[in-house]
Design a protein around this ligand. Structure first.
Ligand SMILES: [Zn+2]
Ligand SMILES: [Zn+2]
Length: 121
């Protein structure tokens, strides 16, 4: 049994602990947290990231030329929007960095999806 309950569904679970570090940068404010996820919630988050985010190494190469898609609604986003990052560690502790620009209007939805603390403004 893991020592802590899953940060996402709230229950205790069997199996290795897997970690996620979501962050949203919006102007001068940064909202970040650490999640410990059970294997099932971790897989859900990875599925979401694979569909909505870009691995950071690829994003750096592509970001300057290509229009970017919002990590929540997948519409084009201006560079003035917020930026979302996620670092994931699977059970073998392989690290992946994920990135997506996000519309300011989509930030509240992403805060809920990533289980971040509510923005304090
Ligand atoms: Zn869970
Ligand atoms: Zn959006």
């Amino acid at each position: 049994m893991a020592q802590y309950p899953c940060s996402i569904h709230g229950g205790r679970y069997a199996g290795p602990q897997q970690s996620l570090y979501p962050a949203i940068l919006n102007g001068n404010s940064a909202n970040r947290t650490k999640l410990r996820a059970c294997p099932s919630c971790f897989r859900d988050q990875l599925n979401f990231l694979e569909g909505h985010f870009t691995e950071a190494t690829e994003a750096l190469a592509e970001f300057s030329d290509n229009p970017s898609q919002c990590g929540v609604c997948l519409d084009d986003v201006q560079r003035s929007g917020a930026a979302a990052f996620m670092t994931t560690y699977d059970r073998e502790q392989n690290r992946l960095d994920w990135f997506a620009p996000v519309h300011e209007g989509c930030v509240p939805e992403l805060i809920a999806l990533f289980h971040l603390p509510a923005a304090d403004r």
